[in-house]
Design a protein around this ligand. Structure first.
Ligand SMILES: [Fe+2]
Length: 242
């Protein structure tokens, strides 16, 4: 098993609905290592509700690095956040740039996980037009994309990349998300598989179990090509068939 890069993970303690304490963060970090991860982007939610100031976020990343080093957990951490569209609307440009994965990779953007009136993808098209690379968080769990794969394809054609969550394949998020994940994979829309892990036990990484599940159900899917890359080097997509 190669060393994996996980581009979506709630690893920072006490910032969002991820680990609540340093101990829970350490348990999740060890679960990531056990799941084959060598590099992880720590991506706490950045929403109107979870609006951690940038200077505090930087301090928290530094503290996480020290925590992992002190406990000899062999995990490289990239900075980042999972940015909700409501937080993007009036976000200063300096903050938006600072929240990109690893500082220079794409911005991990989450569209609403509920039904919304209208098309919420305009804000992603706007980011792309402004030259901000975008990695879409778990489109398989976004009702707008579940109902309309064509809008996801339009974003991908415009240069966005899509991240499906490992647990979606194994059914953790229900049959609709599972089917959407498979359809998106078969349609050549998926660039990245990430854990979106929140907790070592309650929402664990599951990269290896997803790889095994896909090996059985989609033997042609090169799982580790999708899970292993750096933010700056996203793999080329196969030709669309959706
Ligand atoms: Fe997330």
């Amino acid at each position: 098993m190669s060393v994996r890069v996980d581009l979506h993970c709630h690893l920072l303690p006490a910032l969002d609905d991820g680990p609540r304490t340093d101990e829970e963060t350490l348990a999740l970090a060890r679960a990531l290592v056990a799941d084959g991860v060598g590099t992880v982007a720590a991506t706490p939610h950045r929403t109107v509700r979870f609006a951690t100031p940038l200077h505090e976020l930087t301090a928290r990343f530094d503290a996480l690095q020290r925590l992992l080093a002190a406990h000899e957990v062999p995990l490289q951490v990239l900075t980042g956040s999972e940015v909700a569209v409501d937080a993007l609307l009036d976000m200063p440009e300096t903050e938006l740039q600072a929240l990109r994965l690893g500082g220079t990779g794409p911005l991990l953007v989450e569209l609403p996980q509920r039904e919304v009136g209208g098309d919420p993808t305009w804000i992603v098209h706007d980011l792309l037009k402004r030259g901000v690379p975008v990695l879409l968080a778990h489109p398989e769990r976004i009702p707008f994309f579940q109902a309309d794969y064509a809008s996801l394809r339009a974003l991908v054609d415009a240069g966005a990349h899509a991240q499906v969550t490992a647990g979606a394949f194994t059914g953790r998020y229900g049959r609709t998300a599972q089917q959407a994940a498979l359809d998106m994979l078969d349609g050549g829309l998926v660039d990245v598989i990430a854990s979106d892990a929140h907790h070592a036990d309650l929402r664990p990484p599951e990269l290896e179990s997803a790889r095994r599940w896909l090996a059985e159900h989609r033997p042609s899917a090169a799982f580790d090509d999708l899970a292993v890359h750096t933010p700056a080097v996203l793999i080329p997509r196969p030709a669309p068939t959706l």
